[in-house]
Design a protein around this ligand. Structure first.
Ligand code: ZN
Length: 251
């Protein structure tokens, strides 16, 4: 008899699972609002249609399910054999007929949710490997999925915006991105500030004339992910700039 509730009782993890499930429901809603013909339209990602986004989200759930199965069984199963295979899979998925494409998303999301639900409490600490080759506890798969469903729901370019994303998800996303810039050193001469969130300040504290970027949390995350500059102000030497420079690359 399979349990119908999560096996973990860790309150932080349960909260994170809620954000992943809410994000999946949000993606589903934005996808369902699109007609089959509209699936052919462009997404916010250069070179990707909405079909590519949907296929990517479907195969991403399968890939993350493989990691959860790995944590459950101890039998190593990578997300993807290679990034090339991953990219081919997305290109193929984008050619599926609309029913198959929608089923790919729906079935893979249900399967992942079952894998999470049935993962024994102690197995959440087992180590699995991300596509970048990082070893992380299985609990990290929840965040890996959370950021995909929320951000790519915006990428469907169907009325969703970063303002729809819950603040805890936005905060973690911004910390991930600005942390990656800091470790790569790509935030030189850049200083960021988030209205109402002093602890989220980021960038090059040593620069004497930094490019200063500021705005509300959702607008700053939108900018940081390379999705737009609305609501973001850029200044240097106290002078407001006419154009907001693009953020450093994220991934
Ligand atoms: Zn993605």
């Amino acid at each position: 008899m399979v349990a119908r509730t999560d096996q973990t009782t860790d309150p932080t993890l349960l909260e994170r699972l809620i954000q992943a499930r809410r994000g999946t429901a949000f993606f589903a809603r934005k996808l369902n609002e699109l007609s089959d013909a509209e699936l052919d339209g462009d997404s916010l990602l250069p070179g990707w249609s909405r079909r590519h986004i949907t296929a990517h989200i479907g195969y991403n759930a399968r890939a993350i399910s493989r990691l959860v199965e790995w944590a459950a069984t101890g039998v190593e199963s990578p997300m993807y054999p290679s990034t090339k295979v991953r990219d081919h899979e997305i290109d193929f998925g984008a050619t599926l007929n609309p029913i198959a494409l929608r089923n790919l998303f729906a079935h893979s999301a249900v399967h992942l949710n079952v894998e999470w639900r049935d993962l024994p409490a102690d197995a959440w600490h087992h180590k699995v490997k991300t596509i970048q080759g990082r070893l992380v506890p299985a609990g990290e798969t929840v965040w890996m999925r959370t950021r995909e469903v929320w951000v790519h729901a915006v990428d469907l370019d169907n009325g969703a915006s970063f303002a729809d994303i819950p603040a805890p998800v936005l905060i973690r996303l911004l910390k991930d991105i600005t942390g990656a810039w800091a470790s790569r050193g790509t935030d030189k001469d850049l200083l960021g500030r988030v209205d109402g969130h002093p602890a989220l300040g980021f960038g090059d504290m040593k620069s004497r004339t930094p490019l200063q970027i500021s705005g509300a949390l959702a607008d700053m995350v939108c900018w940081a992910t390379g999705r737009g500059i609305a609501g973001v102000t850029a200044s240097r030497d106290g002078r407001i700039m006419w154009t907001v420079p693009a953020a450093p690359a994220w991934i």
